[in-house]
Design a protein around this ligand. Sequence first.
Ligand code: ZN
Length: 413
Amino acid sequence: MDTWPSPAVPVLPGNGGTLRLFDTASGSVRDTAPGGAARMYVCGITPYDATHLGHAATYLAFDLVYRVWLDAGRGPVHYVQNVTDVDDPLLERAAHTGENWTELAEREIQLFRDDMTALRVLPPHEYVGAVEAIPEITEAVGRLLERDGAYQLDDDVYFPVSAATGFGAESHYDRQTMLRLFAERGGDPQRHGKRDPLDSLLWRSRRVGEPYWETPLGAGRPGWHIECSVIALNRLGMGFDVQGGGSDLIFPHHEHSAAHAEALTGEAPFARHYVHTGMVGLDGEKMSKSRGNLVLVSKLRAARVDPMAIRLALLDGHYRADREWTGGRLKAAEARLARWRAATALAAAPPAESLLRAVRARLADDLDTPGALTAVDGYVAAALDGDALPAGAGPGGPRLLRDLVDALLGVAL
Ligand code: ZN
């Protein structure tokens, strides 16, 4: 499906260093993209509650991964993202409001594109809906059935976790935790007849009142984990650099997606890094439609909040940390944005080469955005203190400040 327009990315002098990121599977911070162009898959939205600040924080984190890779010479980055445009939460929402589910999905996907454009998030090269991918998903499920990597239960198809070598190697959760999270996050551990309660649905046969497609597997629709598994595998191959998403996708979604791909290919790993972003909360609760505590990017934009201030407010916390959204964060970001803009408007400011080195170093270190913002703050404070201009001050400083903040942090000043 159509993606959204790409903002231009200024090219900076020299190159940034290797990006190191925390990998959930190994539990350590490691180098990414060893050699050559980088490949990334980020799980996309289920289009029924786009785009709250939790979504925005996640896609901003992977936008920075992309930007740091470009700056480090790891381009052209092959970036794939999906849209789960048919799944239970979307259908439940449509049934609740009485809206046609395809119209709900189309409207929310367009809202997401508009929000990403306003936030200057670099778009994926391939933006793929589950509905578009049904032929390739059914082909993959068919192959799993042929090699005992899947079994039928009534007319549905399940993935047996017993077929996965190393199941649990991504999340490292114990079985009790897996069972709890599986029940909370769309799984069906109670279903009678499954070989193991943790087995996940690959194909859901036609149900009364639900959308379905006629396929070689029969009439039905795909499960959630196999969707991402196949879309990523068919475009990026095995062993791509980063599989990304919110920390609520660690299990079951990413564990099962990896297990499906590994069962399909007989190879491992699915991804070299599993990278997860923290949750954004409001009033002590994770932001979610069911709790009714969503702060939507579109609502903030409609209230004439500068999207660059939203961006700065979210980058002021580390991507892995669970964060609270407060009005105070937005106010502080607006004040910071005004100071940075004032510095770029100066006729002369100190040389910014050392600032470029500092921002590159902070971001390469597991995306330390609070550290990068503090480094820019220090430069801006010195630049705005006109009495203390050092030798070498000139128009190059403000220009490089604007370019580096744009290229590496995605903030247009
Ligand atoms: Zn996914």
